[in-house]
Design a protein around this ligand. Structure first.
Ligand code: NAI
Length: 299
């Protein structure tokens, strides 16, 4: 059994915490004693406009429950906004223990009809915003503190596996996985653990918002986000998927493959089944592991 996970005296930033999944994460963390920076720009699902009431409402909910929170209305999609979000934690409480980088928008369009400005705005929020403008100053603050910390990046099944009309969104979401794998290595010594979560829940972003505690509600994802944000969680550099009470890990595997020092395009195609066969595979944890695997297979 694991004792109740508490966050007393810890400071956590949740971006995009004004609605949906981020709100559910923030409320659950606050109920467990965390002090929260509730960040939300408060725009529409396609990223237009802004409304300070989104973050303020969640701060009021937390305070009504006896918790402590500050609102941040900055956009994650600019370097200054990202820094301001991290500064809000440091200025108010002098520390940062965890970041859940969750803010997001959607501007779906098929690839052939892609509008580059639209695509860029999606990448700006999810990839540059979530992965760099907020996460980089957060990572630096955690490193400087000497206490380490937890960063949870938000990926998506659309990025991990693909989805029609979501080229920019999917690319940004999978890009975060690449970032996470490097931060796992760079943060390890400093005690910073970075993971990625692909949530599945009915929210305004999916066009079917439901209550937190509905069978497919954000409340069914919040427990794993909370676990991954807690100092007791030993995991670093992994991808999880969660929705409707289902919690699982997503892997990147390498098949044992087929070895032929004299291969040609033709012989490779003739042995395509062996190259692709996933009945035996390994799960490398870094680019360095590939050399070890290659040596063990090719001799
Ligand atoms: P949501 O629309 O309810 O919440 C996203 C929040 O982010 C909104 O409150 C919005 O105002 C805020 N936001 C958007 N742009 C921002 C910016 N530039 N700066 C600060 N805040 C900003 O949507 P939901 O579903 O809760 O999404 C949360 C995250 O989960 C997103 O990253 C999304 O891509 C991801 N996700 C959600 C899935 C789902 O099934 N709901 C599936 C896969 C991924």
């Amino acid at each position: 059994m694991v004792d109740k996970l508490r966050f007393d005296d810890e400071v956590v930033i949740v971006t995009g915490a004004g609605s949906g999944l981020g709100r559910a994460y923030a409320l659950e963390l606050a109920a467990r004693g965390a002090k929260l920076v509730v960040n939300d720009l408060g725009g529409s699902t396609d990223g237009k406009g802004s409304d300070a009431s989104a973050a303020s409402r969640v701060v009021a909910e937390i305070e009504a429950g006896g918790g402590e929170a500050v609102a941040s209305f900055d956009s994650v999609a600019t370097p200054a906004g990202g820094k301001a979000i991290v500064d809000a934690a440091i200025d108010k409480w002098g520390r940062l223990d965890a970041l859940i980088s969750n803010a997001g928008i959607l501007r779906d369009r098929s690839y052939a009809k892609l509008d580059l400005d639209e695509a860029r705005s999606v990448v700006d929020v999810h990839f540059w915003g979530g992965g760099f403008y907020v996460a980089q100053p957060a990572f630096a603050a955690m490193k400087e503190s000497g206490r380490g910390g937890r960063i949870l990046l938000t990926t998506s099944a659309s990025g991990l596996l693909g989805n029609f009309g979501q080229a920019s969104y999917g690319a940004a979401k999978m890009g975060l996985v690449g970032l996470m794998r490097t931060l796992r290595i760079e943060g390890e010594k400093a005690g910073i653990k970075v993971n990625a979560l692909a949530p599945i829940a009915g929210t305004r972003l999916t066009g079917a918002p439901v209550d937190d505690d509905a069978p497919k509600g954000p409340g069914k994802v919040a427990p794993i986000a909370v676990a991954l944000a807690h100092a007791q969680c030993p995991t670093n550099g992994e991808i999880y998927m969660a929705g409707a009470g289902w919690y699982s890990r997503v892997m990147i595997g390498v098949t044992e493959g087929w070895v032929s020092p004299d291969a040609t395009a033709e012989t490779i195609l003739a042995n395509w089944d062996k190259v692709s066969d996933a009945s035996t595979y390994s799960e490398p944890r870094s680019a360095g592991d590939i050399s070890t695997i290659m040596r063990s297979i090719t001799g």
